[in-house]
Design a protein around this ligand. Sequence first.
Ligand code: ADP
Ligand code: MG
Length: 311
Amino acid sequence: MSDAAISIHNVSKTYAGTKNNPPNLALDDVSLDIPRGKIFGLLGPNGAGKSTLINILSGLVNKSAGHASIWGFDIDRDPRNAKASIGIVPQEVMFDPFFTPLETLELQAGLFGVPKAMRRSVELLEAVHLADKANAYARTLSGGMKRRLMVAKAMVHSPPILVLDEPTAGVDIDLRQQLWRYVRGLNDAGVTIVLTTHYLEEAEELCDRIAIINHGRVIADKTTHELVSMASEKLIVLTLDRDMDDIPDNPLFNKVERIAPRALEITYDKDKANAGKIMSVMREAGFDIEDVSTREADLEDVFLGLTRDAA
Ligand code: ADP
Ligand code: MG
């Protein structure tokens, strides 16, 4: 038995074609072990297959091949226990507009067979800052409130794993921060968190480990630290003593951009050059350097490099 929170082995999914669309291979032999107790990010551009993978775990989509288990329970052989071990916040917000948030949570708890005495609907509403909306119709909630209600709904049965599919798409900055505080708190309390996102910064800020998925394939699966240090490019910004007529060029430069009349942003390979070398190239070209700053490559650089290579 796997001690991973979620274990995915050789999972593929082909959506059947229609009259106007050919069959679509949305997942292509995906294998992933999502460790317990961590915040795990599934990062990829739109259409990469993230929701398809999440929907397979939740039982909404049938996979075409492969195996998956949740908290050690095979999703095909032991679907009840698998489902009880996971709470999923789907990408699309959906609930009955005529139920109140409190009713929505009570109903969901009933579906999961949570005994009355064990329910914690009010506590959950408080946790997602919706206590004052407990008795309002769901249709009167704002988009952000609905999103938070979805999170509470996913937690009614106290699963050890919470999955959030693009949780901050369309959520404003303040609510995003609130949501992350809550999610981090759950993680501190031992809940394994899986989130999908196409925001690199979000993944970099929150996740301990990140898998990158592109065109249905996993192209990286590493700790956030390892991924970031994979970046081979570095960036230096030089402010020169005078305006440039032409943008200088040199074989050591991967990319040069004039970001102000006297400022150049130069990208170089850290295996081939360093900041000192770049600056002496510029001095030899007749410029004095008045200011300099460098930036480490971030996840975006890695992401772009990987998705370019795998395209
Ligand atoms: P992501 O969540 O990463 O944006 P999805 O899993 O939603 O990606 O989609 C992956 C691919 O599968 C896309 O090409 C998408 O058009 C296709 N797809 C998703 N859902 C369906 C469906 N129900 N029927 C047919 N194709 C689908
Ligand atoms: Mg999606």
